[in-house]
Design a protein around this ligand. Structure first.
Ligand code: SF4
Ligand code: SF4
Length: 77
């Protein structure tokens, strides 16, 4: 199961800087970063780097955050 970024993201980029596999990206038109679920190795480094607690394992999402699993995956087409 991959890690997932939610709308608590403030676009600081710290998570992308620490991801060992380069799985975290965004675009100018977006308001948050996203994790590529096909690349994420679930190491947890991004979770520790995020000051707004915007990232967590998909297993730990609250019910009202589960839709972010699909939203993260959709960014990568
Ligand atoms: S570290 Fe957190 S707030 Fe910063 S870009 Fe990543 S998810 Fe967003
Ligand atoms: S859990 Fe690890 S591999 Fe997955 S996005 Fe975060 S830093 Fe990258």
């Amino acid at each position: 199961m991959a890690h997932v970024i939610t709308d608590n993201c403030v676009m600081c980029g710290s998570c992308a800087d620490v991801c060992p596999v380069g799985a975290i990206h965004t675009a100018d038109t977006e308001s948050q970063y996203f994790v590529n679920p096909d690349e994420c190795i679930d190491c947890g480094a991004c979770e520790g780097a995020c000051s707004t607690e915007a990232i967590m394992s998909a297993d730990d999402l609250d019910a009202d955050q589960v839709h972010f699993i699909e939203k993260n995956a959709e960014f990568f087409g």
